[in-house]
Design a binder for this molecule. Structure first.
Ligand SMILES: O=C(O)COP(=O)(O)O
Ligand SMILES: [Mg+2]
Length: 224
């Protein structure tokens, strides 16, 4: 079901699982954190199911799975941030087609915003290190607004910051968090078929369309 207007003015692009495969960074930093807290290590596949609702949620979920209580949160959060910032991007790769896809959207006149649940202090250096920063007019992390995706607030605020109506702003993401937030904000939404969707099939998520690569977006939009 496609409800994509032909006169789009902007796109709001998710980061983890959509532009960059950051699972290796999550795995490295979380396992250093778990080691410091003398808790058992976690496999990447289990971590992938927990990614998408921001770092606080990720750490709380990892601690719960490791059998540690809320009391460990403060030390875990400090340790995680320290380890993540030390390796940010080192174990991550940009998905194929991202750079070309974003360039094509800009070429078609769309203004781009990166909106991620990742902390802004992680997101900006990662985009820079991966050569993607120049595509974006604005970058908002999970700490930029009062609530994170799947709440619509960050998308509503990003549209306000651009001065573009949500109905003219395409949301591009990899998970139900992006789709739910977009729908509630009034943005059309397309999801990539790779990435992290809490271990659930992404095609089961209500969205206006699916692409296997951001490079397919211009063709997909032309047919929408
Ligand atoms: O940090 C996360 O949990 C996911 O971030 P994302 O919004 O870029 O997918
Ligand atoms: Mg994502």
């Amino acid at each position: 079901m496609q409800h994509i207007p032909h006169d789009l003015h902007a796109a709001i692009v998710d980061l983890d699982g959509t532009m960059v495969d950051t699972l290796g960074d999550f795995e490295f930093a979380l396992n250093r954190m778990l080691e410091e807290l003398e808790l058992p290590a976690m496999h990447a596949a289990a971590i992938a199911r927990l990614v998408g609702k921001g770092s606080e949620h990720l750490i709380r979920s990892v601690l719960a799975q490791a059998g540690a209580g809320e009391r460990s949160f403060g030390a875990a959060w400090e340790s995680y941030q320290r380890h993540y910032l030390a390796i940010n991007g080192r174990h991550s790769v940009v998905y194929p087609g991202v750079d070309g896809g974003l360039a094509a959207l800009r070429g078609a006149g769309l203004r781009l915003v990166c909106l991620t649940n990742k902390p802004t202090a992680f997101a900006r250096p990662l985009l820079e290190a991966k050569g993607l920063s120049h595509h974006f007019e604005l970058v908002f992390g999970g700490d930029a607004f009062e609530r994170k995706k799947p709440d619509p607030l960050p998308l509503v605020k990003a549209c306000e910051a651009l001065g573009v109506a949500p109905s003219r702003t395409l949301a591009i993401g990899d998970s139900s968090n992006d789709a739910q937030a977009a729908r509630a904000a009034g943005c059309p939404v397309v999801l990539v078929t790779y990435g992290y969707n809490h271990g659930e099939p992404v095609r089961d998520v209500p969205a206006d369309g699916f692409v296997d690569s951001l490079a397919d977006l211009p063709r997909w939009l032309a047919g929408a």
